[in-house]
Design a binder for this molecule. Structure first.
Ligand code: 6PG
Length: 229
């Protein structure tokens, strides 16, 4: 399903309204810049419409950095949203990017998700994902071994492009989610959006196909500019 919004502000508002409407109890947030405005709108305009203390927060992926690092996905979400709403601290499950051993951080995060959901193969209620201009999502990049990962639910691939490790949810976990929502904004994404939604199957984002859940693409008009339908 595709939903197209006039601009980035309307996209962020639409995503915030979906968050409120879904009443998800387990939510995974993505990183990057796109979700920030949605987080801010949730905190500013929908604060009183969400049962914050009933939500378990996770992340789809994290950079291999401490939580106070400028590149930390947790830090962005904390500053834009979590510091401004009454979430229960014990329900905020950040990926420990500060762990010098990224593989250990991934393994521990997998244990956390299983322990919190009490499911050996967790089915999260809602995940927000972004799309890179190279077709990556979460931290699953083109050519990555993550594309063939079938065992682990969270892994720590080395990303050549950034010369660093990332910690990321893998396709078995992402594809077990009830609602997967891609948020994509801006003219610089128009080409990759066309490729991913209407081109041949060769990008990581195209491997996100919830087995028994819904897949929603929320785009602003600029990002959707080259779509034929
Ligand atoms: C990350 C994200 C990544 C992001 C895309 C889009 O850790 O960077 O999880 O997958 O969603 O790169 O990023 P922008 O929203 O900044 O374009």
């Amino acid at each position: 399903m595709k939903k197209i919004f006039a601009d980035s502000e309307e996209l962020a508002r639409g995503a915030a309204e979906l968050f409120v409407a879904r009443r998800a109890e387990t939510v995974a947030l993505s990183g990057g810049s796109t979700p920030k405005l949605m987080f801010q709108i949730l905190a500013d305009r929908f604060r009183d419409q969400v049962a914050w203390d009933g939500i378990q927060f996770f992340w789809s992926d994290e950079r291999h950095v401490p939580p106070d690092h400028p590149e930390s996905n947790y830090r962005m979400a904390h500053e834009a949203l979590l510091a401004h709403v009454p979430v229960s601290a014990e329900n905020v499950h950040r990926i420990h990017g500060e762990n010098s051993n990224a593989a250990e951080a991934a393994a521990k995060y997998e244990e956390t998700i299983i322990a919190v959901t009490k499911q050996p193969l967790p089915r999260l209620d809602l995940i927000f994902l972004g799309l890179g201009t190279d077709g990556h999502t979460a931290s699953i990049f083109p050519g990555s071994e993550m594309l063939h990962e079938t065992q682990h639910l969270v892994a720590a691939p080395y990303v050549e492009k950034f010369k660093s490790y990332r910690i990321t949810m893998t396709l078995p976990l992402l594809n077990n989610t009830a609602s997967v929502v891609f948020l994509v904004s801006g003219a610089e994404k128009a080409s990759i959006v066309k490729e991913v939604l209407e081109g041949e199957n060769k990008y990581p984002a195209q491997a996100v196909q919830p087995i028994h859940g819904e897949l929603i693409w929320m785009l602003d008009r600029e990002a959707a500019a080259y779509l034929s339908r």
